[in-house]
Design a protein around this ligand. Sequence first.
Ligand code: DAH
Length: 344
Amino acid sequence: MAEILNAAELDSLLSEAGAADVATGEALESFRIAYFGRQGVLKSLNERFREVPREQKREMGQALNAFKDALQSLFDEASSALVAGQDAQTSGQDPTLPSGAVPVGSHHPLSLVRREILDIFARMGFVVADGPEIEDDWHVFSGLNFPEEHPARDMQDTFFVQRDPDLLLRTHTSSVQVREMERRDPPYRLVMPGRVFRNEAISARAHCIFHQVEGLYIDKGVGFADMKQTLLMFAQQLFGSDVKIRLRPSYFPFTEPSAEMDVYWGLKTEVDKRITKGTGWLEIMGCGMVDPAVLEASGIDPEVYSGFAFGMGIERIAMLKWQIGDLRLFFENDMRFTSQFTGG
Ligand code: DAH
């Protein structure tokens, strides 16, 4: 029959455990079996605890619990030291080195082109302005001199949110021109990027949602030559300094005279012939001198101020820049497509 359990014995058992070899996985496992196992030290100590006389039970119970805790800490420390050592060894790597490349994603091609367009105009002093996508008739049509019966107001083109009073999804970013002219005093140079909506069948060349950048320059004595020079500089920075542009007479209700700007694309390949319809020229934007009636409608005196405006589709520019043949790719969010583009 073993001796009655006493504190001195626990002390010496603990110092024995403290000196045990726990440096390898095997040694630690033997330690675990010897102390925590089914026939281990703790088990027999628990059994002998039952024999402790009643009046010593409380004190011995506490001593035994402290012993168990100390033993558990010895085991835990040895086992984490072992794991840390193994990690360092098996990876064979310096944990202080930077980790490998982490995929960080990429910008959508339309964001890249929008940023590039805005950057070019920012260098010419144009400031970004923003306006709402849900608009009233005034800002999208009437304030821009669209006659009552103009076909662009038709249900066929415009998504209406509400009738009488009309609320609609803006069909162009020219609506932001009107808002800005109403709230600012000239002079100013603005670029206004945004999403626009038209009730059109979706195809490789058209979509019911697309993006535009609008421009507006109002000051004293602004002429057509200023517009042409500004747009030429823009095209040179976007497509390269040897780009050729031309302005063709056109019609927009809010500009007079109005023009469309083409860039020379060339006729080198069969594809070029198809996309330029055999002319070599590609239209990239509408532009013109702001109609005096439009200035007046927004409270600007056309006798004092004049200006030019322009509007371009971001998708169209992106398609030209990267020779993308199908507009729908921009909206499908297929990462095999969207991750191919880089800025600049
Ligand atoms: N808003 C026109 C469109 O969506 C584009 C446009 C043409 C904007 C001429 C202008 C402009 O500012 O002067 O087709």
